[in-house]
Ligand binder design. Structure first.
Ligand SMILES: O=C([O-])CC(=O)C(=O)O
Ligand SMILES: [Mg+2]
Length: 219
């Protein structure tokens, strides 16, 4: 029998819970209101893609955007987790991209429909290697960046988040039980932009990790 290892959480089939509009500068660039409560949506575990495999542009979009985000990997499950205990439930982190079919999302928004087609497609969640908790002692102040073909597009700091990681863990766990191996994407800073087939994306958390992904067209 093989034992599950949290360092390969993407193989566990657990939830990917995403927070939107958690950076005011990104909410503004898309002309969205600054939220007074977290905006929550989900991706299925089939959205994961790892370095070495390409990000695939769905056939139905002509405006695929990158969103670089800090991911929080849950190590201990729970329901109604108090903010003060939230960090005890964190096993570590991952650098993540929330790939978004922006044209489809705009259409869904205008029709009042869910974002599933825009956010949850195959390869919509590229993830880095697992980052043990000790490697990011202060997750409320880490710098994230993303380059497309060597041009810097996104650069932000988790200190700009509207809702903190402990607040998000507590908020989510009030209505979705968190389980070991779940991943929370904490939102993206400004600078989101289009990617095309053959583009090369490079992203990093300053002093901690970098990752690279190629973009390909779906066959
Ligand atoms: O699509 C959006 O703008 C919402 C979102 O995921 C984010 O802010 O990270
Ligand atoms: Mg996002």
């Amino acid at each position: 029998m093989t034992t599950r290892n949290i360092t390969r959480f993407w193989e566990w089939g657990r939830k990917i819970i995403c927070i939107g509009r958690n950076y005011a500068d990104h909410a503004k660039e898309l002309k969205n209101a600054i939220p007074t409560e977290p905006v929550v949506f989900l991706k299925p575990p089939s959205a994961y893609v790892r370095e070495g495999s390409p990000i695939l542009v769905p056939l139905y979009t002509s405006n695929l955007h990158h969103e670089v985000e800090l991911g929080v990997v849950i190590g201990k499950g729970g329901t109604s987790i108090p903010q003060a205990a939230a960090m005890e439930h964190v096993a570590g982190y991952a650098l993540c991209l929330d790939m978004t079919a922006r044209d489809i999302q705009d259409e869904c928004k205008s029709k009042g429909l869910p974002w599933t087609m825009a956010k949850a497609f195959n390869t919509s969640c590229p993830v880095s290697d697992f980052i043990p908790k000790e490697r990011i002692p202060d997750p409320s102040s880490v710098k994230l960046w993303l380059k497309v073909n060597d041009h810097l597009r996104q650069s932000g700091c988790t200190s700009q988040m509207i809702f903190s990681i402990p607040y998000l863990i507590s908020y989510i766990s009030d209505f979705i039980t968190l389980e070991e191996g779940d991943l929370i994407l904490t939102g993206t800073p400004k600078g989101v932009s289009s990617v095309q087939e053959h583009d090369e994306l490079q992203a990093g958390i300053e002093d901690v990790i970098t990752m690279n992904f190629k973009v390909d067209r779906q066959e």
